[in-house]
Design a binder for this molecule. Structure first.
Ligand code: NAD
Length: 380
């Protein structure tokens, strides 16, 4: 059985989830970690019993097939380019990059070198979102004609230890959280045709309340409140609001309205959650949860609200796809298109004009229960 060896660059907050969850999947094995901050790499390596290397050594290693980029968004382009230049497949956290130009340049480089790029988010592979996909594909709500999505909250400076990057170009709620919502819409109903948006910021600086930097102020250099309209190629029109200037709200995460009903989709930043569906008469019922492995609770089990967390599923799918020589679901065309959508939303906010997409993509293949089980180790 082939197992692909994986190296990791960026030993910050999210690296813990990757290293904890990777052993669940059958085609990947983390063999090295690195960080520009070598102490961070040493600490993470020690925690998980994995060799810590310098970034250059990790890239030069001939026993590594895929390198995962978990650095901050502003470093994504340079680090992914270095991974490809080193002749390795790259899998990056979201957002893929910060501009469409960077996305196309990486796509060209990957094509020239015959290497893959995969990009988070992979939460759309979760049980709830794949069940929503199955309902839509079976015509459960007819043709989807419109919808809404809302990701709004008070910010990131109250939980992240180093929240600076969230408030600089490349951060902001569209590039940070938009990938979850827009990627899920694309997998559910297809690619976007044009967008428009209004953008603003409620504050010019924010005060960190999380430790260890509580009390420090950080500047805001990117919009933190974005209301966008998305026209999809299939004719559907969607309202998307993302904000870090909202103390509380009462909207559902995602709603899709069809000619024969409506579908209420849970948080696309998570793999599980409950779906509700309305019939043609507008009668709403909870959808019985199907038996999908990426809905099984495995995270925060000791807390009041345990979750299903299968982060690294996208990486595992890419490894399986390399082995089987098939397209991977968290694919490059999808990530490039989502980058186009997000950067066009910000451009529309600056110019006051509608912006037409210059990219498109196919919907990624569905990941039903059997296909998801295939990615897992037998005892997972
Ligand atoms: N924290 C989360 O819950 C979360 C969830 C999903 C996705 N993400 C995404 O994951 C990425 C990382 O987020 P995080 O919260 O772990 O950030 P973080 O700031 O905690 O960690 C980033 C790490 O990358 C290292 N780094 C930065 N530039 C580097 C470079 N050029 N070369 C090598 N190392 C470099 C830093 O030293 C740091 O250790 C971001 O793109 C973020 O959007 C984070």
């Amino acid at each position: 059985m082939t197992i692909l060896n994986v190296g990791l660059i960026g030993c910050g907050n999210i690296s813990t989830a990757y290293l904890m969850l990777a052993p669940t999947f059958k085609d990947i094995r983390f063999v090295a970690v690195s960080d520009v901050n070598e102490d961070a790499a040493l600490a993470r390596g020690k925690e998980f019993g994995i060799k810590a290397r310098t970034v250059s050594d990790l890239l030069a290693a001939d026993d590594i097939d895929i390198v995962v980029n978990l650095t901050i968004p502003a470093a994504h382009y340079d680090v992914t380019k270095r991974i490809l230049d080193a002749g390795k497949h790259a899998y990056t956290e979201k957002p893929l990059v910060l501009t469409l130009k960077q996305a196309k340049s990486l796509a060209d480089l990957a094509a020239t070198k015959g290497l893959r790029i995969g990009s988070a988010p992979d939460t759309f592979l979760g049980s709830a979102h794949q069940q929503a996909r199955a309902i839509i594909d079976e015509g459960g709500i007819g043709t989807v004609t419109s919808g809404t999505a809302h990701f709004m909250g008070p910010g990131m400076e109250m939980w992240h230890p180093n929240p600076d990057f969230f408030f600089q170009p490349g951060g902001g709620p569209v590039l940070d959280m938009g990938p979850y919502y827009i990627t899920n819409f694309v997998q559910l109903i297809g690619p976007v045709k044009r967008v428009a948006a209004l953008t603003s910021s409620a504050q010019t600086e924010r005060t960190i309340t999380s430790e260890p930097r509580a009390g420090e102020t950080i500047p805001v250099g990117t919009p933190t409140n974005i209301h966008a309209l998305l026209a999809f190629e299939n004719g559907a029109t969607i309202t998307l609001s993302t904000s870090w200037d909202v103390k509380a709200h009462n909207h559902r995460n995602m709603e899709l309205y069809g000619t024969e009903g409506a579908l209420f989709v849970p948080d696309p930043n998570h793999f599980g959650g409950a779906l509700a569906q309305a019939d043609a008469m507008g009668q709403v019922t909870e959808v019985p949860v199907w038996d999908h492995p990426f809905g099984k609770l495995n995270w925060d089990l000791e807390k009041e609200t345990p979750r299903a967390n299968y982060r690294t599923a996208g990486l595992a799918d890419m490894a399986a796809a390399i082995i089987a020589d098939r397209p991977h679901r968290c694919g490059l065309e999808l990530a490039v298109h989502v980058t186009d959508v997000m950067t066009s939303i910000l451009k529309s906010g600056e110019t006051g004009q509608f912006v037409d997409m210059t990219t498109t993509c196919d919907r990624p293949a569905a990941l039903g229960p059997d296909a998801a089980r295939e990615l897992l180790k037998e005892d997972a």
